[in-house]
Design a protein around this ligand. Sequence first.
Ligand SMILES: *Cc1c(COP(=O)(O)O)cnc(C)c1O
Length: 464
Amino acid sequence: MAAAARPLEPDADARAAMMAAVTAHAERFLEGLPERPTYDGAGGGAPPVFAETPGAIETALAHIARHIEDPGIATASGRFLGYIPGGGLFHAALGDFLAAVSNKYAGFTPAAPGAVKLENSCVHFLAQTVGFPATAGGSLTSGGSIANLAAIVAARDARDPKGGGAVYSAPTAHHCVDKALRIAGRAEAPRRTLPVDANYRIDAAALDAALAQDRKDGVRPWLVVASAGTVDTGSVDPLDDIADICARHDVWMHVDGAYGGLFMLCPEGRAALKGIERADTLAVDPHKTLFLPYGTGAVLARDGRTLRAAFSATADYLTEFAAHDDISPSDLSPELTRHFRALRLWLPLQLTGVAAFRAAQSEKIALARYMHARLSEMPGWDAGQPPDLSVLAFRYRPATGDIDAFNGRLTKHLQDQGRAFFSGTRIRGRVHIRAAILSFRTHLEHVEEALAVLNEAARALEAE
Ligand SMILES: *Cc1c(COP(=O)(O)O)cnc(C)c1O
């Protein structure tokens, strides 16, 4: 039996051969990335089925290249401007590799005190970045949706244990907030939909009025959800004003900063996000604004005890077999066994320095402003609102015909063409093209190319 199980334990030579093949494969992918189409409509073929006997790594890599890396959107490309997460830092991939090799158990402090210290220091770095006090706590999650869910559960346990409290949010809030309320058993909570201004930011005076009205009517306000960068336009709600209002009405302030929150690392972001540090809970996404590969979000609470109250649990088989000062990540989140996520966050910051991240963020904001300025000058284009951060929504106004239908066709045409990837959305019901500039690989030449592609495509479609 041991002999038959032997393939599970490759020796040093076999490991070196696999590493060499994987490294060569990754290099081919990265070297080809600048020329790679941003979209490939092929479906992705079925993987080879599992055989009883060992397969060659070449066969596996060939499948990965042709049927996994090629089809769909090239999210790692500098010309991918479609949805918010892009990137995939190489250093982070090495962190993932090392985390999987040692397979340290990062959920429970006595099992891996150093791994937990690393995770807690990463959480501390994120909390400090957003301006939270030393009493803050948090946990690395798989993404922003789970971070928002964890925050809403903490808010529920702290302020709405029996239900009935009202929730205040704008139509611009991410749909994961509704999902989180549903999962948290608050689908039936009284909901107040807040109006937004011309820049798609929550109207703070309307929030104040809604809270006062509910108090007058005997409804207990529970939770205000604001956005630090909405998904459609990157709009930042007036966080400082909202914090004043929440303090006055004694309501929980949750900020969804999955897209924008970590722009607090750069000066332009700090100017746009003033007041974020006053939130009770905050969701952020290092797999967006810190350019990490998918699978890293974080929930932060200004008082870390609120997360602990919501998620700590004990079991007889998990005894604290060693003394330590560090709280276990499993006491701050619904997960127990989990990927050692901190290594993919820590290694890039350690190897490149924080300044490189700060500079990349400032560059993205500058590129978005530049793109908006250029679109404003280009004949036929409606550039939309100036970006608060690095997302733009704009549209073309053809000389004749239906504007919505034209922009829908234009978005599809651009996507199929594969030179630069844009997404489409509806703003106040009207079809817009959306550019999210958030890849560390996107630079001025990519934005210039994107602008040229937009112009050429609009003219071509208009001429049809
Ligand atoms: C991306 C995003 C989310 C969801 O985060 P995931 O990491 O995709 O789960 C929530 N809110 C906003 C504003 C986002 O941009």
